[in-house]
Design a protein around this ligand. Structure first.
Ligand SMILES: Nc1ncnc2c1ncn2[C@@H]1O[C@H](COP(=O)(O)OP(=O)(O)OP(=O)(O)O)[C@@H](O)[C@H]1O
Length: 584
């Protein structure tokens, strides 16, 4: 029942619909007791030879009117209660999705995609169940059951009612016990479902790797073990659930036996008529559903409650990256100054991921960041994009610290092209104009030309209308990279960040893209992080990062003169491209 309290905010919000719905449910229950009563009276009238045609027709008329009224009332409660339940699902779905969009990297490291998907599907479905079938079964079991019992007392005999209901406490005791077990079992069941979801998502995404390494059998075995585990959990839920139904059948059976034995005695003693006993037996039949409803109610409520707790746990997670109270809403632009004294991904870890990083990029200039893999290049870029706040030092963009800007002001000024590019399941055109959905065709084409991908696109069967993503055309790594750059370039960002974004394009195309960018971006700033030194050669400043620190800095010429890591790499790469027959 705690879930009703947890969802109190929603029931308050939808008070009107629920009052109408539950009132109609009560009226249906009240109308329901009329038919057995009329049948009972009619049987007694037949026994006493009192039944005339006009009485019979009047009673048939009443039965029809009751039937029609029930039909209409049922329609009203259904639309009100089911309609509200759908609203709850929509509200929770939006709340959860909005929360997902607000969360930081740590959140996505903690929760896997499959787990989040399980929350957004199964759990929300179970919560909706409370507002729909939960309320229905709750009202039905209480109202229907209550009204029927009152009818039994009023129209037949209170003693017989008491006798027939003797087995009921058994139901109450068992329901209480099973309820708490069900809550725990369902929580475990949902956690197991999350882990299947995670596994399925990972296996589908990584299917190429699995196949390449011939790990299909192992992956299937792993999946099987997860399914077996989940089935064990589901079985327990079903086992607990299935305890209710036989119990209810048993209780009803005992009630029938008691009714026949004591009802016959009461007739013989002249306390009730045969017609009243017939009505009574009808009323007992009418108690079957409310009793089953109680069983289902516990199931629905415990599932809903466990799911609500799971979803609430996600909603309670707070992002550590937040906007200040009065954020700066002007567009971030100007010189970029990065001064990071120390940064660790995990405060508890000893390893320092960045230290003494200090550089300024003048507005309109280009900075190159190079260094071996794992040196800290991407980490610097992540800090500029405010993915982490827990560093010592300050990063200013224009006149303000990046932490003082509204997210929108800072992030719309930055066009970021990550190493692991991601294209959506939409047309090439929509992928390019993702951040500016209303961009004209000219702007889209210009962005594609700048990034040397236009020719590739028009060579595709449906040109810019070609679908990409999971269900679309297969693109090469280089094409994907160039589309990702086009998407960022179209925004004309104040700061364009290319994070090893040209690694899959050949040296000639890279040169073309870089010179296009240089010519088109005027006084806008660019950061290029790369392994291939030819990507950064023309930058006004290049920093060499190693183990989270800047070990060399200067222009291409200055760095060559240093005769350090940069020079060594440059010579090595020149040799490699000569061997490959390239001309970079
Ligand atoms: N989310 C994270 N949590 C903890 N450590 C991380 C995280 N991301 C990166 N690191 C660590 O920070 C260090 C620097 O990584 P970073 O990705 O910045 O290197 P990089 O120079 O961009 O490497 P590459 O050229 O291979 O992309 C690495 O030791 C890496 O393991």
């Amino acid at each position: 029942m705690g879930i009703f309290k947890k969802l109190g905010w929603f029931f308050k919000q939808e008070k009107k619909s629920y009052v109408i719905g539950v009132t109609c449910l009560i009226l249906v229950s009240v109308l329901q007791i009329i038919s057995p009563r009329i049948i009972g009276i009619t049987i007694d009238d037949i026994g006493a030879s009192r039944l005339t045609m006009s009485i019979l027709l009047t009673r048939i008329g009443i039965l029809v009117a009751v039937g029609v009224a029930q039909y209409l009332l049922r329609y009203v409660w259904r639309t009100n209660i089911w309609g509200s339940a759908a609203k709850l699902e929509k509200t929770m779905r939006r709340r959860l999705f909005h929360h997902f969009t607000q969360m930081d990297n740590k959140f996505y490291q903690k929760y896997r995609t499959g787990d989040l998907m399980a929350h957004a599907t199964n759990d929300l479905g179970a919560i909706e169940g409370v507002a729909g079938s939960g309320i229905l079964t709750f009202a039905d079991s209480l109202v229907n059951g209550g009204v029927t019992i009152i009818a039994m007392i009023l129209f037949v005999d209170w003693r017989l009612t008491l006798i027939a209901l003797l087995p009921l406490p058994l139901l109450a005791i068992t329901s209480r016990r099973l309820g708490s077990k069900m809550h725990e079992a369902y929580k475990e069941d949902q956690a197991a479902f999350s882990s299947i979801n995670e596994k399925a998502q990972e296996s589908i995404t990584g299917i190429k790797v699995i196949k390449t390494f011939g790990q299909e059998e192992e992956d299937i075995a792993d999946f099987d073990s997860k399914i077996d585990f989940a089935i064990g959990k589901i079985k327990r839920v079903m086992w607990l659930d299935s305890m209710f139904d036989p119990l209810i059948t048993l209780i009803i059976g005992i009630s029938y036996v008691l009714t026949i034995i004591f009802g016959s005695l009461f007739i013989m003693r002249g306390d009730i008529t045969i017609g009243q006993l017939v009505s009574f037996i009808d009323y007992i039949a009418m108690l079957i559903w409310p009793m089953f409803a109680i069983g289902r109610l516990f199931n629905v409520l415990e599932k809903g409650s466990a799911s609500y707790d799971r979803v609430q746990e996600l909603l309670d997670e707070e992002s550590v990256i937040n906007e200040p109270e009065n954020p700066i809403r002007e567009k971030a632009q100007g010189d970029l100054h990065v001064k990071v004294d120390e940064f660790k991904y995990e405060a508890a870890e000893e390893k320092i991921d960045l230290k003494q990083i200090d550089f300024t990029i003048k507005e309109g200039h280009t900075l190159g960041i190079v260094g071996k893999t794992g040196a800290g290049k991407t980490s610097i870029l992540k800090l500029i994009m405010r993915e982490y706040d827990n560093y010592q030092g300050a990063i200013t963009f224009g006149d303000h610290d990046i932490k003082d800007y509204a997210f929108d002001s800072l992030l719309t000024s930055i066009g970021y092209v990550p190493q692991d590019h991601f294209l959506f399941s939409m047309t090439i055109r929509d992928n390019i104009r993702f951040a500016v959905p209303k961009a004209t065709e000219e702007r889209v084409i210009k962005a594609a030309e700048l990034t040397a991908v236009h020719e590739d696109i028009i060579g595709m069967p449906e040109g810019y209308d070609t679908m990409v993503g999971e269900r679309g055309v297969s693109l090469s790594g280089g094409q994907k990279q160039r589309l990702s750059i086009a998407r960022a370039v179209l925004v004309e960002p104040e700061l364009l960040i290319l994070d090893d974004a040209l690694s899959a394009v050949d040296a000639k195309t890279e040169e073309k893209i870089l010179s296009n960018l240089k010519a088109s971006r005027g006084n806008k700033t660019t950061i290029i992080s790369a392994h291939r030194l030819s990507s950064v050669m023309h930058a006004q400043e290049i920093i060499v990062v190693d183990e989270g620190q800047i070990i060399e800095r200067g222009t291409h010429q200055e760095l060559l003169a240093l005769n350090g890591w940069y020079t060594k790499m440059f010579e090595q790469q020149k040799l490699e491209s000569k061997i490959e027959g390239g001309d970079a």
